[in-house]
Design a protein around this ligand. Sequence first.
Ligand code: SAM
Length: 227
Amino acid sequence: MRSKIKFKTDYPGHDALYRRRKESGAAGWNDEQTWQDWRREIVGLMGSPDFPRSGKVLEIGSGAGDVSLLFAERGYQVSGIDISATAIEWAKEKASNARLKANFEVGDVTNMGRWENGTFDIVVDGHCLHCIIGDDRAKVLKETFRVLKPGGMFYVSTMCGEPKEPEVIKMFDAETRCMVWDGVARRYIGRSEDILMEIEGIGFKIIKQEIQASKDTEDNLSLLAKK
Ligand SMILES: C[S@@+](CC[C@H](N)C(=O)[O-])C[C@H]1O[C@@H](n2cnc3c(N)ncnc32)[C@H](O)[C@@H]1O
């Protein structure tokens, strides 16, 4: 993948999307149905036998905080990082309204130097990894590995496989496997085997993986990996 990057990235551009979502009265990044499905997945994860019942959690790409706050509700010590200042403010408001404790910070997940090595028991990819393009993906994965404690868990939920929605097909660049609009690569839809190899290549051991396949929307790969 290294030699193939031919598009710009624009991670800070997410902020404008959050401003629009907030102004429109939306509840967060996701529509209600998507959030209910995503919520079910996270609640299932927290109940699974391999998953720690307590500890320090970092959500990468925590957005308006919904996933992070699910962990906070259950007593985990939660931090969230997101590139969008609007999203982080929104997450802080939600935490305060729900009287939950969580630490939300604006930052770029390609550099998480604010946290020492071995800080977290769990890192959750809040559908952020598929927003990360090219060589930045290895940076994020190495940073994730670094901030996890030995034996720590990394949960990933990410788009994969062949694009199916007509609008996605239109934007899909088959060479880089990125969705590109306005000349900017904004989503990576890798083959599941490549994503698994990429994560194992950093030093993680995959302990569980599942592909949610769909006829008319993009497939999703969920996986649990251990440092
Ligand atoms: C698909 S949204 C999911 C948001 C949230 N986890 C949720 O489930 O509602 C992906 C998030 O990743 C964030 N993001 C994208 N690139 C980032 C980067 N380089 N550093 C930090 N956050 C990033 C976006 O701002 C966005 O909030």
